[in-house]
Design a protein around this ligand. Sequence first.
Ligand code: SF4
Ligand code: SF4
Length: 394
Amino acid sequence: MNQAVVAVRRAHSYDESETRSAVAAVLADIGGLPAIVRPRAKVFVKVNHLSPPSPPERGIITHPSFTAAVLTFLKEITPHITVGDDLHPSTPDGFEVSGHRTVCDRLGVRLVNLRETGFVRVPWNGAVLKEIYLAREVVEADVIVNLPKLKTHSLTLFTGAVKNLYGTIPGGLRVAFHGQYKNPPEFNQVLVDIFAAARPHLTIMDGIVAMEGTGPANGALRDLGVVLASKDAVAVDAVASRIIGLEPLAVGTTRYATGLGLGVSSSDEIQVVGVPIASVAVPRFKLPPIQAGEIVGRAPRFLARWVTRQLTIQPRVVARQCVGCAACAQICPTGAATVVRGRARITRQTCIRCMCCHEVCRFRAIALRRSVLGQVVRPFLRAGRRARRRRVSA
Ligand code: SF4
Ligand code: SF4
């Protein structure tokens, strides 16, 4: 029996009218916005940003045209809309660079950096977290609208609807959690705990230009030309995974969220409306070299840490590209990344492979290197992935 409806529509560019038509269509397909947002409701719209600030053409953030299209429809129902994310203070300001400030100013919508409006302690009986510091804007909203970007992620394999809510906790805690919950299964559980606490009422995913390879910041752009929407964020991730040829349950956040009943992911439980998955599915979408997560998820717990260390990719400094800006050292939760004589250096023994340095380096000076054992097992893992992809497309 279908428990979730996921709308999928085509949009080939961020041209304003094309994006708006696609967003209008997915909203109509899932029953219309008024069925989710009552008049004058207080709505929080979570966009997907990443430090350092990046312009929309880099494909790292929710495109501002996409956000503008969603805001246009929300404004027909309520004037109480806030757009936000937790951004590292920087000059120029991240919202300025992303284009979100221009869009919000034009539409007369409030835009906030979540660290400026503060966080509220929420007792939580999660799989890992027993309390969560959640953005005040999220806690006080009647409706949460989630606008993730469809991307790969070098630590979690995929980042979409569930992981986008990680940005609703303080930035310092996000970095600390990387250090505290080092192995991918545990970290994925943390992501799902936060998702459960900030559970969105509506998710509309920007998959018009996606990111493949070594996402979420340094991958390659891939024109997917899709917009997805559902009241079930887990189902959105599951359908997005199928579009890129990835088995939904290979994504840790989808697996844990499904297990906790926070959404559905199997094709029997999801009704896809709009256009069929087969018509938008793409071949050979490049996944990040993060095979450890795939294995660790199946390994006994006592082996998980060892397997993770042996197989995860490692960050490596590309000296000729490093300008010594120290962004990597500032974000590194363990002090493994430092800057010595104007060049970054990574101490392998204390590196927990959280990939924060890779994510934050805007000069592509942190490359990802596979361990020797990782290189040996790579052909087997690739064969496994190919087999799973065949099952997905069957
Ligand atoms: S590796 Fe990147 S983030 Fe680190 S100092 Fe060099 S340029 Fe800056
Ligand atoms: S060096 Fe990079 S990958 Fe290693 S712990 Fe520091 S931020 Fe994480």
